[in-house]
Design a protein around this ligand. Structure first.
Ligand SMILES: [Zn+2]
Length: 149
């Protein structure tokens, strides 16, 4: 280990929820994304146990572009970062506001239909088919690459 790595480790702490190093002791020892998650779901995700996996992952808050950040990119070639599904419905997320959970998404079951959803509300939704799930094996892609558009 060289000197600067040593200093970096000495001057940072590890986030309580993930392996990210944080420079300041703030936000209750959480990195920005993990802190935002606790703001979005103050009591944890409502259907976390039933679903068996996290509806919103901290990594999504880091990587998905902010709302309107990709508005100049045509919808068919926009990168989609997360896939949610329920019964025969799919939602693909292209933009996300980590403060509110509002996301810009498309539902290919209604071709060309893009709109806003709220991940906090979707997480809490329970329907006849159970709960909305997140595709844990989804690799970021566009509608065109998937052959949907
Ligand atoms: Zn973290």
């Amino acid at each position: 280990m060289n000197r600067s790595t040593y200093n970096w480790i000495g001057s940072t702490i590890q986030c309580r929820h993930c392996c990210e190093r944080v420079t300041q002791v703030e936000n209750d020892f959480l990195c920005t994304s993990c802190h935002q998650l606790t703001q979005l779901f103050p009591n944890g995700e409502t259907n976390r146990r039933r679903r068996g996996h996290a509806f919103v992952a901290a990594s999504m808050l880091k990587t998905i572009p902010a709302l309107y950040a990709t508005e100049n990119i045509p919808c068919e070639v926009k990168t989609l970062y997360a896939h949610y599904f329920y019964g025969g419905h799919d939602w693909y997320i292209a933009e996300l506001d980590p403060e509110t959970g509002r996301a810009f998404s498309c539902c290919p079951c209604h071709p060309g239909e893009w709109g806003y959803v709220n991940l906090v509300e979707m997480e809490a939704t329970v329907g006849a088919w159970s709960v909305i799930e997140r595709d844990l094996h989804f690799v970021p892609t566009s509608l065109q690459e998937q052959g949907i558009a």
